[in-house]
Design a protein around this ligand. Structure first.
Ligand code: ZN
Length: 394
């Protein structure tokens, strides 16, 4: 099988030879090589590795349902948690169904790997985990889904949640999460003791939501970094949002970046609309791994989002005031190679011998792909076309 006339990010044009679901060769097009029945001519489309969503909530989305008005009483995290409880109580369709709608939509945009946080609290128990485990099983072979056990209602304020998080790992979640130890649980030490305790006991990584701004947020970030170092968890801990890094003086952020890089703590930013964005280029220059994700898509937290990670890279670039092509390439890395490293994807990348997984888009360069985010011409998984022109063809 051959995908002919593919433009690679380095500007070269190649034919992609596929055998047994893997890339057998990337070779310059040759007039001596006649097209065969199983040749697809990409006509110079840019071919990219699969997009990776480093932070999504498959159990929260209402995608596919009639519009649900967003009616949080305020903009605090606590207000939105309450609003979500009301939306959830009115739900008549399972989280499996709406989450599956979302997976189908994002595969059509070229995302083949994701990390999903899953709500766990005293009311839900492990119900949402079970729904997302079903989604993971249903789409096995098409997408990989890493699951974070996420205490959406806090840990200490939500009785039994510590035990549920531990049990979630036993039942198939891959990482343990956390949420604003100070402002949600009012107990930084107790919250982080629990999260790092489960990680140590179960041998898993950590991905915490941290919205708290300013010096209070920074103090939690530094605490997480020092616990990561002490626990030998470098490379396996991420902080999602970390708005504080964008709201403290640049010197403080630079010092924190050195600490995070040394500890091996990565930072996820989705390009927030209503909060300070971490200084992405500064973090990168100081050696911190940065990555992106959709976060909330059409749920009680956000009316927006569509799961398109090229669009997400554009939004990150817009919020970070990226203008040069090399900056757009950094935004692109945040939705491809960087989250692939963080998710520990051993089999990732566009190379001979690698998986025949890729996305073809009409653009001349990565920067143009991010800026224009045209519908994906083709999405290919293991050599098989799974979506064309933005639509699943499975
Ligand atoms: Zn989130």
């Amino acid at each position: 099988m051959r995908f002919a006339n593919a433009r690679l990010p380095d500007g070269s044009t190649v034919d992609i030879e596929v055998e047994g679901g893997r890339i057998a060769a990337l070779s310059p097009p040759s007039p001596l090589r006649a097209p065969t029945a199983d040749t697809t001519d990409l006509r110079g489309a840019l071919v990219l590795p699969p997009l990776v969503d480093g932070h999504i909530h498959l159990d929260k989305t209402l995608l596919g349902l009639p519009w649900v008005p967003n009616q949080a009483a305020g903009n605090r995290v606590a207000d939105r948690i309450e609003a979500e409880r009301r939306v959830r109580a009115a739900r008549t369709v399972s989280e499996f169904e709406t989450g599956a709608n979302l997976v189908r939509q994002i595969v059509a945009t070229g995302t083949l790997h994701m990390r999903s946080h899953v709500d766990i609290d005293h009311q839900l128990g492990l119900r949402n985990l079970h729904e997302v485990l079903k989604i993971r099983e249903h789409f096995r072979g098409l997408v990989t889904i890493e699951i974070v056990a996420f205490p959406q209602s806090g840990i200490l304020k939500s009785p039994g949640t510590a035990e549920l998080l531990d049990e979630a790992i036993a039942q198939g979640a891959d990482l343990v999460g956390g949420l604003d130890p100070r402002s949600i649980d009012d107990d930084q030490q107790g919250h982080l003791d629990t999260v790092f305790g489960i990680a140590a006991r179960r041998g898993v990584g950590i991905d915490l939501h941290l919205h708290d701004p300013g010096q209070a947020g920074l103090a939690q970030i530094l605490d997480i970094a020092s616990r990561t170092e002490a626990g030998g968890l470098g490379g396996r801990v991420a902080i999602s949002h970390a708005f504080a890094l964008g709201s403290v003086p640049p010197d403080d952020a630079a010092r924190a970046a050195d600490t995070l890089a040394r500890a091996g703590v990565s930072i996820m930013s989705h390009g927030p609309g209503g909060a300070s964005i971490p200084p992405l280029k500064l973090l990168k220059e100081h050696g911190v791994e940065i990555f992106s994700g959709s976060d909330n898509i059409r749920d009680a937290w956000s009316p927006f989002g569509n799961g398109d990670m090229l669009e997400r890279a554009m939004m990150v670039g817009y919020r970070a005031n990226f203008r040069h092509d090399e900056d757009l390439a950094l935004a692109f890395e945040m939705v491809t190679a960087a989250p692939a490293r963080i998710l520990g994807l051993a089999d990732y990348g566009l190379a001979a011998g690698g998986p025949a997984d890729f996305v073809a888009v009409d653009a001349s360069s990565v920067a143009e792909a991010v800026a224009t985010r045209r519908p994906r011409r083709l999405v290919v998984k293991a050599g098989r076309v799974v979506a064309a022109n933005g639509t699943l063809v499975l």
